[in-house]
Design a protein around this ligand. Structure first.
Ligand code: FRU
Length: 508
């Protein structure tokens, strides 16, 4: 019963430890968490500062939310790669995808595929061929073009004769190139004085500008303005003009207005550019928008960011403002860095505490188990002691019984032969089915006497009885009790009882 109970307790103990270990390791591995929100961003390329800023502001915004995991894939200006990047984001269970498409048409199908698969898509800066995306975020590129147009048109009243313009466009097939050109021509067309004398299809990069512009300059001797779809290309155009010594007679207008080394603001401050149209990257806004969409908040389909003209009048103010923002960003980054260091420290400490708790509970459990086992063992020991006491008692009883039986048989046999002085130890042993040695040991253990002493004890006892109870004389009693002579009887009697048989008889 006790043993059964002990087995049950053992089993319970190990089940407890098993459960506890599983719970402990599950809590360590953090299973059961829903996991972070997965945002995938397919960036067109990351070679220029504008794209780098976009990525940075996205990453900064994402790191402000500890439940957001942002993956940025760089398509390296390769449309095929961008399609396969988006495919992989779809496959990898991304919650929402942000895409800045290299070109509109080739990216349309994969965006549609994602939306159909239930993964919302935000297109940023550049659009796709239709409106199947979930939301667009970026400045209004038609407005960017119009701003450039309006800026040139503002000089119309003071300008004599035609204002001759060269337009250097962004990559054909990318929506900002199309829209900037559209907005620009909408304004140009309103003024008779404004004339686009040449248009160059660039690809957003400075390398695409130089050769075609040199060709244009060979044809067009008088150019008043060059409108470039971004500042990088505008700087390149200015360099070509300088090669010809005409950089001061042409006014250059760009787009982007970055506050970086050789960025639009610096170029305006240095007088390289007449103006740049500020084109925000929208990186942080895109992450905020993504989180709103995932929260199922209603959002406008087209999320338009502000754009403005930066020229000599406001370049310093803009720079100050943007410097301030940069400093704030740097401080946020610094704080985030510190925070993540603290988090790491905390995580290590938390793990240490977990491990300590693990061992404490284990030690406690083992201690309880140890105490319990000691208790059970001592209980069992007591039980065994009791049982062994019982057994000893029973053995004693048995020994007593068998000892008494033996004494009765022994005494009976001796009494039967009491009158025979020749009755030997061998005969007695034989009658008791014992060897001489066995007989000797038994009698010694029982009475402390040797066999002969024991026999003579019985003889003397019998003689005393007869002296007391019969009228036989001393000699008769001596022979009846197996003494070889009355003298020997008297001596033996006196030795044992301290008086002679004669004296004993006369006293009774
Ligand atoms: C950066 C860039 C910007 C431009 C934008 C248009 O890669 O070329 O200079 O404004 O892309 O998508």
């Amino acid at each position: 019963m006790l043993i059964h109970c002990k087995h049950d307790i053992n089993r319970l103990f190990f089940i407890f430890i098993g459960f506890w270990l599983t719970a402990f390791f599950l809590s360590c591995s953090g299973t059961g968490d829903k996991g972070p929100v997965k945002i995938g961003f397919s960036q067109a390329m990351t070679t220029d500062d504008w794209r780098k800023q976009m990525n940075k502001s996205m990453q900064l915004e994402a790191s402000l939310h500890d439940d957001v995991a942002l993956t940025v894939l760089d398509a390296r200006d390769d449309v095929e790669k961008q399609i396969s990047d988006i495919e992989s984001l779809i496959r990898n269970g991304t919650d929402i995808i942000i895409v800045s498409p290299i070109q509109s048409r080739p990216l349309t199908a994969v965006v549609e595929k994602s939306v159909k698969a239930g993964i919302p898509v935000i297109v940023i800066d550049r659009k796709i061929g239709n409106e199947s995306y979930t939301a667009y975020i970026g400045a209004d590129n038609i407005e960017v073009g119009r701003n450039a147009g309006r800026y040139i048109a503002s000089v119309v009243p003071h300008h004599e004769g035609k204002i001759r313009i060269v337009e250097i466009k962004g990559l054909k097939g990318s929506s900002p190139a199309y829209e900037r050109s559209l907005g620009f021509s909408q304004i140009v067309n309103r003024f008779e004085k404004l004339e686009i004398v040449a248009a160059i299809d660039g690809d957003w990069e400075s390398g695409s500008v130089k050769a075609p512009l040199r060709d244009v300059l060979k044809q067009e001797k008088k150019i008043d303005y060059i409108f470039c779809h971004n500042d990088r290309m505008a700087l390149s155009a200015w360099e070509v003009a300088r090669e010809n010594g005409i950089e001061n007679s042409i006014k250059f207008i760009g787009v982007d207005g970055l506050n970086t080394e050789n960025g639009g603001i610096q170029l305006v401050q240095e007088g390289v550019l007449q103006a740049t149209i500020f084109y925000p990257t929208g990186g942080n806004e895109a992450i905020k928008l993504a989180l709103r969409i995932l929260k199922k908040d209603p959002v406008p389909k087209n999320h338009l960011l502000n754009t403005t003209v930066i020229d000599a009048v406001n370049a310093d103010i803009m720079k100050n403002q943007l410097d301030k923002i940069d400093r704030q960003q740097a401080s946020i980054e610094h704080q985030l860095q510190k925070l993540s260091e603290q988090e790491e420290k905390y995580a290590t400490q938390a793990n240490l505490i977990k491990i300590l708790t693990f061992f404490l509970v284990l030690i406690l459990a083992l201690a309880i188990y140890g105490i319990y086992s000691t208790y059970i063992i001592s209980k069992k020991k007591k039980l065994l002691e009791l049982q062994s006491q019982k057994i000893t008692l029973q053995q004693d009883k048995i020994r007593k019984i068998t000892g008494e039986e033996f004494r009765t048989r022994l005494d009976t046999i001796i009494t039967q032969h009491i009158d025979n002085p020749g009755f030997t130890v061998e005969e007695l042993a034989q009658k008791l089915n014992l060897s001489r040695v066995q007989l000797y040991r038994k009698i010694k253990a029982m009475s402390g006497a040797s066999v002969n002493e024991y026999i003579s004890g019985i003889r003397l006892e019998k003689s005393r009885e007869m002296l007391r109870d019969t009228s036989l004389n001393i000699a008769e009693i001596a022979y009846a009790c197996g003494f070889s002579s009355p003298n020997y009887f008297s001596t033996s009697f006196k030795n044992k009882y301290g008086i002679t048989p004669k004296e004993y008889k006369s006293n009774t």
